[in-house]
Ligand binder design. Sequence first.
Ligand code: AMP
Length: 542
Amino acid sequence: MIGLMQSQQLLISSLMDFAERHHGDAEIVSRRVEGDIHRTNYRQIAARSKQVAHGLDHMGLGFGDRVATLAWNGYRHLELYFGVSGSGRVLHTLNPRLHPEQIVWIANHAQDQVLCFDMSFLPIVQAVHANCSTIKHYVALCDANKLPTDTGIPGLQSYEAWIGAHSTDYHWPEFDEDSASSMCYTSGTTGNPKGVLYSHRSTLLHAFAGALPDALNISARDCILPVVPMFHVNAWGLPYCAAMTGCKLVFPGPSMDGKSIFELMESEGVNFAAGVPTVWQMLLGYLQSNQRRFSTLKRTVIGGAACPPAMMQSFQVDYGVEVLHAWGMTEMSPLGTVCTLKNKHAKLDAAQQMQVRLKQGRGIFGVDMKIVDDNRAELPWDGKTSGDLLVKGPWVVSEYFGSDGASPLVDGWFPTGDVATIDADGYMQITDRSKDVIKSGGEWISSIDVENIAMAHPGVAMAACIGMKHPKWDERPIIVVVTKPGVTLTRDEVLAFFVGKTAKWQVPDDVVFVDAIPLGGTGKMQKSKLRDMLRDYRLPGA
Ligand code: AMP
């Protein structure tokens, strides 16, 4: 017997319809590439995303055709999020921090037809356009009078002139909710980047789950600043959660430094922000050096890389900001786990609660997890045994774009490449990336644990632990350190800091000081590049 309820496809356009009707005057504030602050609301975003849809019709784009963006977080990018997907095309967010050759490879692989870009990325577009064989239309996200004339980019038009030529009245098409809505390439350390193709259904289910109280806890009363870029995994789904709840959105544009982010938070009343640890490091650094305090920020989600305990401590204790540690990946839309406490944790003291908060968190409904050994046998949830982490769920990838049906799944589960423990309460803790874990004399050393200790040193700005070949132990850890400005540290001082904080054999064999640790396109430490940088390095005594 079939249920007698209305059958309605879960489509991204419905989010914008809802936001327009129920929260039309809720604000969207953006710091623009031009440097000024721009204010709009859901009503105007809805109207302009409909103009985008007309604009794409006018270009002759078909259902499922790819529209690429090279853009910061801002209102025009938001209009493209909804106008492109809502009209049945696929929004392909390109990462401007990638090497131009990678951008060309990805745009060609995705067969992008249109490229919309912020003016700050004009030099990239000038460098790549001749090799992007499928792109027929170039749109600069600017006013008509800001469009330079001699760019060399064929047919370049301004966004405002493009959408301005069209009506704000548009009937969103209805289609199968499993249709592709958007895509994002993940650049692994080996092989070519892989395209993850999200659907309308996966995006809506992810938004429902992401907004839940035990996930990101988003409501109409929030004012959210996503520092996490809209070019990386849909800014963790926040644009969709925002439209679903009608919260205020504040976009930082190109200005991610501590001062700019802090000032925007204060002037707009931001109570919730989201970003990777390296960005928060800059913000905390600014607060500490300038003796500033947040007056409105109440909670922040930190993910993309492990949140160092010192950072968690600083937010929670020094500034009274609740940290939600979260874990996920491009292949998971990205939310997998979020760390919120259970009732039973209320009895614990602050230090014990911190131990729970430092874990990557509990699976949210919709994501199933398990850890397995080398023979794929499931391991116990005891908080001690670690194994390869596998996931499944309706917003987890089943196959990469253009991979001709090759499945990355193992018995129906997606192998994340992370190594983790899960405790009896379901809290998952990443112990390492499987390729970063250090094998010393047959025992595993978690590079994250070593980094967390180093990061707690008051003179350390950033630290990365990598394994180095050792004739006796196979591999031994070293710690690569960037000191805070004006601080001088010695090898012995750093190593002495480890004493009593970890087992002796887990203490790094050496300290290497560098000016900067290479960061990838999404602000995470790039250990593969670091290993390249240190290829001539030899362990003391090895
Ligand atoms: P990406 O697809 O680029 O977002 O990278 C996903 C990977 O980032 C995951 O597989 C993890 O290795 C890492 N990651 C994400 N969040 C966390 C976290 N909270 N703690 C540790 N690693 C994380």
